[in-house]
Design a protein around this ligand. Structure first.
Ligand SMILES: Nc1ncnc2c1ncn2[C@@H]1O[C@H](COP(=O)(O)OP(=O)(O)O)[C@@H](O)[C@H]1O
Ligand SMILES: [Mg+2]
Length: 138
């Protein structure tokens, strides 16, 4: 990998939500990545950021830029996901009322990540945290 960017996201970080995905977008634009790929990475990055803020106790997003692919790694410390199949189901969400009132919690984040990435892998340990790796061909 020729380039790496790391963003920390704290729990409840709604004020700065979207900042990491905006920086990722700007970086990829400067590197001359196609708009089509930038759009996919931005959507996946934004949903990742929101999930760290809403569902985890804090984590980080790492963007690695290579010649042939881009990789997003999202790693958090938190409750983990008990049933990954269920969590991947469109429309399924454990978000509370407060989060929904802010306009989040549609249950589309994980499905959108999977749909936009060329390769998607998720693993989670209850009481420890969650890790997602997404690859995008450039
Ligand atoms: N990093 C995470 N840690 C713990 N649970 C998570 C995490 N990401 C997602 N989840 C669980 O998976 C569900 C679905 O996530 P997602 O598709 O992004 O929808 P939403 O964020 O709108 O709830 C969440 O409601 C939550 O229960
Ligand atoms: Mg989400």
């Amino acid at each position: 990998m020729s380039y790496e960017l790391v963003f920390e996201v704290a729990r409840g970080d709604f004020d700065t939500a979207g900042e990491a995905s905006r920086k990722i977008k700007r970086t990829l634009q400067q590197l001359g990545v196609s708009n089509k790929v930038i759009r996919k990475v931005s959507i996946a990055g934004y949903e990742s950021e929101m999930n760290l803020a809403i569902h985890s106790d804090g984590g980080k997003i790492t963007l690695e830029v290579g010649e042939e692919e881009l990789m997003l790694t999202i790693e958090d410390i938190g409750p983990g996901i008990a049933n990954i199949d269920l969590a991947m189901t469109a429309g399924w969400s454990t978000a509370g009322d407060e989060v929904r009132q802010m306009g989040f919690g549609a249950g589309m984040g994980l499905p959108n990540m999977k749909n936009n990435a060329d390769n998607f892998a998720i693993s989670s340990k209850i009481g420890e945290g969650t890790k997602i790796i997404m690859k995008f061909l450039v």
